[in-house]
Ligand binder design. Structure first.
Ligand SMILES: [Zn+2]
Length: 384
């Protein structure tokens, strides 16, 4: 399993100046290579290298590895563009969006992220520092911060490239780690997880993971956004962008915490985890509450992703179930009726009289669908 560990760098002013100059040089070079590739219609890594390698090293002061990474960054960007066009993501041939994308070279911001491999970046785990190649020479002993968990993962499984990222005045390394897959234990029942707005996640064991903090932040930001958007100045735009990132970071933190609690609960009780299959969520909810739920759907996908990788790391079984009618079905007798939901919070079965918090009832349905799903997919194992 591959995962990315993000650590924050704490460079001194001198180190920071060197990092900044390095990103600028790499991206200036990338911009030049991109323009040349676009003009001469040369997009392959090998062909492009013949044209530009020597010049990048000489004129932009890049070391051999950095020059190669710049070329790869450019060719990767064109490959992505090409596959986006092929997938129709930029519209049909001749559409304005597509013509605009194809009509000019791909641009690289002066401080865009840059990959570093083990030859230009080394980690001193004990001292919690890195040593990194820069245009002004090798910068040694740049301190970084990481949690105990991150340090353990980095020390054991870090492999290959890390991206140097400059964002909102801060410096980060995004390190790729390659973890071995753990065998999945046979679950003793399933924890069902229902996703919602007021409570982001509710489990079949009756635990509510509140979205109060997150919803408050979202609301505050929406108000601010409205005021800033009216202004339309450059500084307002910059502030907006920073706000959006801050909100995204807060949402990601919340989702990490919730995912960890759900996985810990499953681990402690020996259960597997059943999640709603969200692949159709956008189409489904657009019919009803357009803005509110599309706003949350990426956040649900993120939470699902966090649960999936934390479960995989812990060897916990994970099953995706069809979420249709989970909120209208009685988790005791199976009766499905809209009238089973007298209000948003309450489930009251019109057939058997079973009463429960609406989200807990839905989570129980998800849990029993998880049990059924697991049985179906493992029937062959049992027969063998
Ligand atoms: Zn019932």
């Amino acid at each position: 399993m591959r995962l990315v560990v993000q650590v924050k760098l704490l460079p001194t002013p001198e180190q920071e100046a060197a990092l900044e100059a390095t990103l600028r040089a790499c991206n200036d070079a990338a911009m030049w290579v991109s323009t040349l590739a676009h003009e001469q219609r040369v997009f392959g890594n090998y062909d492009l290298r013949k044209h530009v390698y020597g010049q990048i090293k000489d004129e932009y002061g890049l070391a051999a590895q950095a020059a190669q990474h710049v070329i790869k960054k450019v060719t990767d960007a064109y490959t992505t563009l090409k596959s986006n066009i092929r997938a129709g993501n930029l519209g049909a041939q001749g559409s304005r969006r597509r013509e605009r994308a194809e009509g000019k070279p791909i641009a690289f911001r002066p401080q865009a992220a840059q990959p570093f491999d083990d030859r230009c970046l080394s980690w001193q785990m004990g001292a919690q520092t890195v040593s990194i190649w820069t245009v002004t020479g090798r910068m040694k002993s740049i301190a970084f911060t990481a949690s105990a968990d991150q340090l353990k993962t980095l020390a054991a499984w870090r492999k290959g490239e890390s991206d140097l990222v400059h964002r909102d005045g801060m410096w980060f390394l995004m390190a790729t780690c390659d973890l071995p897959d753990r065998p999945v234990r046979t679950p003793d029942g399933f924890v069902g997880v229902d996703l919602g707005i007021a409570d982001i996640a509710t489990t079949s064991d009756g635990v509510h993971h509140s979205g109060k903090g997150l919803n408050a932040v979202r609301h505050r930001h929406r108000e601010l956004r409205r005021r800033l958007q009216a202004k339309k100045t450059k500084s307002a735009k910059r502030l907006l962008k920073r706000r959006r990132r801050k909100e995204a970071r807060f949402a990601a933190n919340t989702n990490h915490t919730i995912a960890k609690q759900i996985v810990t609960e499953a681990e402690r009780t020996g259960q597997g985890i059943a999640l709603e299959d969200l692949s159709g969520i956008r189409d489904r909810v657009r019919l009803r509450k357009p803005q509110r739920v599309t706003l949350h759907s990426w956040s649900f996908h993120q939470l699902g992703g966090f649960v999936a990788y934390k479960a995989a790391r812990a060897g916990i079984a994970l099953v995706y179930v069809d979420p249709a009618f989970t909120s209208q079905q009685c988790s005791r007798c199976g009766h499905v009726d809209k009238k089973n939901r007298p209000d948003q919070e309450t489930f009251l079965c019109t057939s058997c009289g079973f009463a429960e918090h609406a989200d807990v009832n839905a989570a129980r349905n998800i849990a029993s669908r998880g049990v059924a799903g697991w049985a179906v997919s493992h029937a062959a194992d049992d027969a063998a």
